[in-house]
Design a protein around this ligand. Structure first.
Ligand code: CAA
Length: 254
């Protein structure tokens, strides 16, 4: 485990897709908020060792787990391992996500199912096994990281937008089911962030088609989204549930 593990009475946050641009910032911020952080990353992630070393250098206590979030049995096992290692899971951030952008006429079945598996099946796979422990403690926070493109669609993203929109139906249904157990469930829908994922968008598409749709006129910062998540996982946010919170520089209005 990188950094100081601290004591078992600290709340534990489990973050999927933790080694990406937003995931890294989520881990950093949740650590700063006092959480022990369990971080999952995709199998054979080449960045793992360098990422762990940089967390350690910054004194961030994080325990990393390799996981294919589209595999339900693997998710069950990881949740059991985290509960064994850290004793509890108070917060789940379903952040893992990928793109396979293509217009519909070119989109393969594999492009569809890979994105649905990683971006939407994962939400079911990770959430179901954490619920019983949260219900037993009568406290929990589940945050689903969706996208502005789940709200308004995007050229070349029928798969991604469908998965991201599906997430919010999941959020609202689960929020109804677990409200009486002290658990809140919310969707956060970021816009285009300054991350490796967005850097894959062709420069001319970003410049000519996307940035003009963002009233604030720039990409978002992962730290800005992490700040919103920090609020949602706090005791102060106990009255926020089933919400889909936009954080996109105003793009959802355009
Ligand atoms: N609106 C209108 N037309 C567009 C367009 C857009 N947003 N984007 C591309 N086009 C046009 C192109 O200019 C091109 O036009 P011409 O044929 O006249 O030259 C045509 O559509 C290309 O069509 P194709 O069917 O050939 O498209 P493609 O299969 O090659 O796909 C693409 C192109 C992969 C979709 C590429 O345009 C692209 O990557 N677009 C960005 C998609 C995007 O926004 N992804 C977000 C990634 S970040 C993210 O997902 C994080 C988040 O949550 C926000």
């Amino acid at each position: 485990m990188a950094g100081d593990a601290g004591t078992q009475d600290r709340r534990v946050a489990l973050v999927t897709g933790a080694m990406g641009g937003l995931g890294t910032e989520l881990c950093r911020r949740l650590h700063a908020e006092g959480f022990l952080v369990a971080a999952t990353h995709s199998p054979q992630n080449a960045r793992r060792e360098a990422w762990l070393a940089s967390q350690q250098a910054e004194g961030i206590a994080v325990r990393a787990y390799e996981l294919d979030v589209s595999n339900g049995n693997a998710c069950d096992n990881i949740v059991r391992r985290v509960l064994g290692d850290l004793g509890r899971i108070d917060v789940l951030v379903n952040n893992a996500g990928i793109t396979r952008d293509r217009s519909m006429r070119k989109m393969s079945q594999e492009d569809w199912y890979t994105v649905m598996g990683t971006n939407l099946d994962s939400v079911f796979n990770m959430t179901r096994p954490v619920l019983e422990a949260m219900i037993a403690r009568r406290w929990g926070r589940i945050i689903n990281i969706s996208s502005v493109n789940g709200q308004q669609g995007a050229f070349g993203q029928a798969n991604y937008a469908a998965a991201k929109a599906g997430m919010h139906g999941f959020t609202k249904s689960l929020a109804l089911e677990v409200a009486r157990h002290g658990i809140t469930v919310n969707t956060v829908s970021p816009g285009y962030l300054d991350t490796a994922m967005v850097s894959q968008v062709p420069q001319e598409v970003l410049r000519d088609r996307i940035l003009p749709q963002i009233p604030i006129g720039r990409l978002g910062k992962p730290a800005e989204v992490a700040g919103l998540v920090a609020y949602l996982v706090s005791d102060m946010a106990a009255y926020v549930t089933g919400a889909n919170i936009a954080i996109n520089g105003g793009q959802h209005m355009c």
